[in-house]
Design a protein around this ligand. Sequence first.
Ligand SMILES: [Zn+2]
Length: 92
Amino acid sequence: MDERDGIKPGKCPECGYRMDAATATRGNARPRPGDLTLCLSCGAILEFDQDVAPVAMPAGRMADLDDDTRHELRRVQLLIRTAIPGKRLLTR
Ligand SMILES: [Zn+2]
């Protein structure tokens, strides 16, 4: 499966990193509108809009998430931010 399938390329609203692929944390599901994602460059928690393009997560959505989802997002965010300290991935 191509990691670019079903995604409309966009830029991270936090850092401008070009996002055109996504990988599920479990299984191989493809993103759908409203699903959450993280920017691989800065770790920002984002949402896929109706076109399945990455956009800023609406204010207040984090508080509405269940504890397991919130914990998983924070865990992956920490991995991204500690794996690439002080640098950005190159944009294409
Ligand atoms: Zn970013």
